[in-house]
Design a protein around this ligand. Structure first.
Ligand SMILES: [Zn+2]
Length: 88
């Protein structure tokens, strides 16, 4: 079976959580619904914009659910640290 990936911009009508960071997504939020087949496994989940951006930039194919949020926080901390150093 070949892989395929679908993305659709939707407005949520139920409470969902982002697959990347496990943050709750309130009803009525515009978010990207991702579905498709990856290595023979069907998937169907929602991903918030910052996670999707990270995914496109860094991961591209595989990620562990919930981990993108951790990575993003780490990156933020690093950016803050760099910003802090450069102002001194
Ligand atoms: Zn997210």
């Amino acid at each position: 079976m070949s892989d395929f990936h679908n993305r659709k911009r939707v407005k949520t009508r139920k409470l969902h959580k982002c697959e990347g960071c496990f943050e709750k997504v309130p009803v009525g939020t515009e978010i990207t619904k991702c579905s498709g087949v990856y290595e023979g496994e069907f998937y169907n989940h929602y991903m918030c914009d910052p996670c999707l951006e990270w995914f496109d930039k860094e991961a591209n194919e595989e990620f562990i659910p919930g981990e993108i949020g951790e990575y993003r926080k780490e990156e933020e901390r690093e950016l803050l640290a760099v910003g802090h150093l450069s102002t001194e």
